[in-house]
Design a protein around this ligand. Sequence first.
Ligand SMILES: O=C(O)C(=O)C[C@]1(C(=O)O)C=C[C@@H](O)C=C1
Length: 402
Amino acid sequence: AEDRLADILARGTVRIATTGDYQPFSYKNPVTHEYEGLDIDLGRQLARELGVKLEWVPTSWPQLMADYEAGKFDIVMSGVSINLERQKKALFSIPYLKDGKTPITRCTDAQRFQTLAQIDQPGVNVIVNPGGTNEKFARSHLHHARLTVYPDNTTIFEQIASGKADVMMTDAIETRLQAKLRPALCAIHPNQPFTYSEKALLLPNDFRWKAWVDQFLHQAQARGTLDRLQTRWLSWPWLTQAPQNDLDTLLALMNERLKLMPDVARYKWNEQSAIEDLAREKTILADLVKQAEAAKVSPSLATAFFKAQIEAAKMVQHQLTDSWRQQQASRFEDIPDLKTEIRPRLDALTSQLIDALARNQTTLADPARQPLIESTAQRWIPQTQWGEAAKTASAPLLNPRP
Ligand SMILES: O=C(O)C(=O)C[C@]1(C(=O)O)C=C[C@@H](O)C=C1
């Protein structure tokens, strides 16, 4: 008989399938090309508890069940909803999140769109993305409101914010996330959605493996890990647009580097270690000069640029640590390890940043492009969040060099 758990342990690798298109669960960051999200963190933890390596298996919603039948993975972690059709073939873990369809609208109109009866009125513009459960729900419940099918998932919420549409009904978790990303929008009773559904992990037909996974999830729930993951990924500064050109990519990568610093600071807070690590800085600068030469980037530009990134990184960490000291914050839970997890990601970003510098060298050397660089910096490095640190990080791109 099949024993998937024994196979995984003998193989030394767990193969986790994910779609990479579903915030806050599974998202392939178009700047770093890394997966990020709640299910991604949970997957890393699952592999750690198994004591095996993790292999991500890219899949897609239309391919999911075909990939399952082809035996391509041991588990799916991607914000999958429990549904009885899928369960005719596969198994589900215990649920790790409750969800359901609920409205999202402008906060100024929150009182107007509490019930389905209020929403289903002539003169109300409801917007929906095509093809999924949202459209199915809208079509079966709306008979008087005007329904616009809008295919672009990345700008659909802008339509509501700008008044071109009034309301959308989607998963409560998505309404919470979008309301955080766009303060003009409010999630309407996300704790009491119109429908009931559950998220779980999709598994092959093997009950011993399911028992292990259920135990893992039960512990994550009981120990508060799942709540902490939800809080973290609902307040994450997700990308809301993909970079359009080389300059965008450079600034977006700088921002991704800064986005790792809160975890670095939390790690050091827990360990009570110093923010500055001069030995590490020396290693970074020595390695990058070699990489810069190979990529034909001027070593002095690369050095000045990375010194500024490191300076900005320390400013972010000091800013956070100061506020934690004031609040007498306690230890942080579930923080990734600095040596084995965060610094390797920073090293990967170093290579990507060098590539991006190489592709932008002519732009950076052209005084006529300074205003463009400045406006791009403002768009990509959230000034309100990092303040002075963002200015420090972009200074080497802006100050005309000799
Ligand atoms: O790796 C760390 O410990 C960090 O804090 C990050 C970082 C960096 O920006 O790369 C910043 C400050 C330290 O002095 C060393 C490195």
